[in-house]
Design a protein around this ligand. Structure first.
Ligand code: FEC
Length: 316
């Protein structure tokens, strides 16, 4: 079959989520590199999904929407040139399945992009490694994008959300109450620092640029969603940051989870339920910016980044 042999493939990679509650065990086992979770760990994770999903796993729908949105945007900017495929890190279709589908469709040149703007060797680096290994085996010339955390349209989309979030925070806390903006992202094991990983630096660059564009003077960065493993993870976690802020006299917080691009467990549970509950306990108000999901500026960020990487890849 060579139905797309004249097109450039775009492998759009995302974290992946279970299809249903029955699927949570297989998903969790995959995240744990083949080691099944204990019954207690499984029950705890299922409990978190049950608290947010009501039978629908939002990350799946959102990733589908983002892939379709990127395809539309690429079609507008470069008609007839690109065809998008999906590859998930921990659920089907896996990254390798996406590359196999490209090969089956006759694709020989492709670009890989992850639906996460910041690079870490443990996040985007591991998606790209898997994609590149599979592509090499199947004879596809694949160029992978590492990061796009300072793309002006991404910064604009996030700035718009912080500005809207500040209005919401003022409504909750009262116009007179100053609002602290907390930029956040998924924590990673502290050992990334020994690897000279750019993750922290890139997250601070995005935070600083968005704060400046939105005219926010009072902000700080915090981690969230650290894994449940024994090794130390980057901190402080938002659940530690909130009590410290309370001690400093902060009463109102706006969380901007700039490390994520979609509504999913780490946002809907860790922030909207857990962090909000902690804020309530501390008698603070906590609001969150809306996630990007299929935002047109985010779709343009992805499409322009893909087109730029195609040109750069051809020059190499
Ligand atoms: O909505 C959903 O179903 C999926 C939500 C979800 C996203 C996500 C994003 C990132 N993770 C990153 C790193 C790690 C590391 C470990 C780890 C573990 C989990 C577990 C769940 C989970 N992650 Fe995740 N992550 C999401 C969900 N993550 C569930 C397992 C239970 C738990 O610890 O909570 C630890 C793995 C290990 O055991 O070694 C490391 C990073 C991101 C953001 C970038 C990206 O999207 O790839 C980094 C969404």
């Amino acid at each position: 079959m060579s139905k797309h042999k004249d097109k450039i493939g775009v492998l759009v990679m995302s974290y992946g989520t279970p299809q249903s509650l029955e699927d949570v065990e297989a998903y969790y086992t995959h995240i744990r590199r083949g080691h099944p979770p204990t019954e207690e760990q499984l029950a705890e994770l299922k409990g978190r999904y049950e608290a947010i999903v009501g039978g629908v796993f939002p990350l799946r729908e959102n990733t589908d929407g983002q892939v379709a949105g990127l395809q539309d945007k690429l079609e507008q900017l470069a008609p007839g040139t690109y065809v998008c495929y999906q590859g998930l890190k921990h659920a089907q279709p896996y990254i390798e399945d996406g590359v196999e589908q490209m090969a089956a469709d006759g694709i020989t040149e492709a670009i890989g992009i992850v639906l996460a703007p910041h690079y870490s060797i443990m996040s985007v680096g591991s998606y790209n490694k898997r994609a590149l290994e599979k592509a090499e085996n199947l004879g596809i010339a694949l160029t992978c994008i590492d990061s796009y955390h300072m793309h002006p349209k991404l910064l604009q989309a996030l700035t718009d959300r912080v500005e809207a979030g500040l209005k919401l925070a003022a409504e909750s806390a009262g116009e007179e109450t100053p609002v602290k903006v907390l930029f956040s992202a998924h924590s990673l094991p502290v050992r990334i620092r020994e690897l000279g990983d750019p993750y922290e630096q890139q997250l601070l660059e995005t935070s600083g640029a968005v704060a400046e564009a939105a005219g926010v003077k009072d902000w700080q960065f915090t981690w969230q969603s650290a894994g449940r493993t024994r090794e130390p993870w980057l901190g402080p976690d938002i659940l530690e940051t909130l009590p410290s802020l309370k001690e400093e006299g902060v009463q109102a917080v706006l969380v901007a989870p700039i490390g994520f691009v979609s509504d999913h467990l780490e946002v809907l549970y860790d922030l909207d339920l857990e962090a909000k509950e902690e804020a309530r306990r501390l008698e603070m108000t906590l609001e969150r910016i809306a996630m990007l999901n299929r935002d047109p500026l985010y779709m343009e960020t992805l499409a322009e980044t893909v087109i730029k990487a195609t040109t750069a890849g051809r020059k190499d």
